[in-house]
Write a protein that binds this ligand. Structure first.
Ligand code: NAD
Length: 454
């Protein structure tokens, strides 16, 4: 059995059977068996089932948000927003089955057209930081395109995925179309990657595991999409509304206790405004409400586990570089205070590696060119923000930063209707938005001869 722990209390909140590789094989066999019938469901009927799943999730929104808040240790207000996004994601991709449009292409001697065919069985492997939201970004387009699914949630946070499986069945999804397997990545995840009957793996997680998935998938030339780590920059120019930026930027790194691939954990501030920026930021960070995830006023919860807290703490071995910190509750729970290191050079370990915790590095810069150089001096390229009141500069810098998702004068990262994904070692492919369906289909080209007698 797997003991599922509540990070805010360190208590076991549920016991879940631990799957092994044999369970993966059974899930794949069920998905393979269900595939021919599911792909043949009329597009409008498939859309109706997806809308019914969205309705089923919406009906249980509060209880799902509570599960997510307790299991992942995230503030209930965030968890409620995330489950709302899951509903929206199923509704958005419910339009998919009727919009898998092909093309007709002018050719000599006949007619040429394309179909978007489902891939077959897709394996979805997701992390613990946004458990059901990230699962839905994959499950919804995969089902809409006519695939069947084996979903492996992270072993620390499987509860919401198990609920989704039940809700989907109640909504009319045929047995075997969505199969949830709860087990370790090193056994179940790896088996999925190597399984000859899985046609594609969509993965969200660390760059390290992403690399091993790309290698493992090579054996069967599986299609792979990867959403990996990040070390993104919020670039604050002296001409920005400094008070507004300094009050907003902390939420882009301390949201979800920093366990966010989009965290802007490098805060680049133009040197002439550094002191004012830090002064306002300190007020914001010290006032941040860190505590019980189920309290509606909480802004930051605990980290996911004791071992993860140790890993985060290794980036702050002593107080030397700590400019200021927020507070944490006393007693049990994997707490870590929001921590600001300043001034930091981009060559330091804390500025180079993904910390995945509430630790921000404030890095001073002089001028636009240096800002772009520092922002790009990382192996990652997932998100980022630009804070300026100069419209031309905002667009110049946006074009110059090598990253998949940028916001200007905002912390915003993810919307259901816009593409999300990374440059460089932050991943391959895009999720969400209209084009995600392409990643769950193969293009088939058909040539039809119109020659006489053919
Ligand atoms: P992780 O890579 O350790 O695990 C992610 C998933 O992969 C889990 O389900 C795990 O069981 C499974 N897994 C582990 N080893 C495996 C293997 N050898 N083969 C197959 N599957 C395996 O990541 P995590 O600690 O759960 O999540 C944190 C990481 O996820 C961070 O690096 C973060 O940046 C990244 N992340 C990225 C995005 C994005 O969209 N780019 C979103 C959220 C999180």
């Amino acid at each position: 059995m797997l003991s599922i722990v509540e990070p805010a209390t360190e208590e076991v909140m549920a016991e879940v059977p631990r799957a092994g590789t044999g369970d993966v094989d059974s899930a794949v066999a069920a998905a393979r068996g269900a595939f021919p019938a599911w792909r043949a469901v009329a597009p409008g009927d498939r859309a109706a089932i997806m809308r019914a799943i969205a309705d089923g999730i919406e009906a249980k929104l509060d209880s799902l948000a509570r599960i997510e808040a307790r299991n992942a240790g995230k503030p209930i207000s965030d968890a409620t927003g995330e489950i709302g996004m899951v509903v929206e994601t199923f509704r958005y991709y419910a339009a998919g089955p009727e919009r898998l449009l092909g093309k007709t292409i002018p050719v000599a001697g006949g007619v040429d057209f394309t179909f978007r065919e489902p891939m077959g069985v897709v394996g979805l492997i997701v992390p613990w930081n946004f458990p059901l939201a990230i699962a839905s970004w994959k499950v919804a387009p995969a089902l809409a395109a006519g695939n069947t699914v084996v979903l492996k949630p992270a072993e620390l946070t499987p509860l919401s995925a198990l609920e989704l499986e039940k809700i989907a069945l109640e909504a009319g999804l045929p047995e075997g179309v969505l199969n949830v397997v709860v087990g370790p990545g090193s056994t179940c995840g790896q088996r999925m990657v190597e399984h000859p009957d899985i046609n594609k793996i969509a993965f969200t997680g660390s760059t390290e595991v992403g690399r091993s998935i790309a290698e493992g998938a090579a054996g069967t030339i599986k299609r792979v999409t990867l959403e990996l780590g990040g070390k993104s920059a919020a670039v604050v120019f002296a001409d920005a509304d400094i008070d507004k930026a300094a009050a907003a930027v902390p939420y882009a790194v301390f949201g979800n206790a920093g366990q966010d691939c989009c965290a802007r954990s490098r805060i680049l501030v133009e040197r002439s405004q550094l002191d004012r920026f830090l002064e306002v930021m300190e007020g914001t960070v010290k006032a941040m409400r860190v505590g019980d995830p189920l309290d509606s006023s909480t802004e930051m919860g605990p980290l996911i586990s004791a071992s993860h807290r140790e890993a985060v703490a290794s980036f702050v071995p002593d107080e030397r570089n700590v400019a200021f910190r927020g507070g944490v509750p006393e007693g049990p729970g994997y707490w870590f205070p929001p921590t600001v290191l300043a001034p930091v050079s981009n060559t330091e370990r804390a500025a180079r590696e993904e910390i995945f915790g509430p630790v921000a590095c404030v890095i001073p810069f002089d001028g636009e060119e240096e800002a772009v150089r520092i922002a790009n001096d990382t192996e990652y390229g997932l998100s980022g923000s630009i804070w300026t009141r100069d419209g031309g500069r905002a667009l110049r810098v946006a074009r110059a930063i090598d990253t998949g998702v940028l916001s200007i004068n905002s912390n915003s990262s993810v919307r259901v209707s816009t593409p999300f994904g990374g440059f460089k070692q932050s991943g391959i492919g895009r999720e969400l938005g209209p084009d995600a369906l392409d990643h769950y289909t193969e293009v088939k080209n058909v040539y039809y001869s119109t020659e006489e007698g053919s």
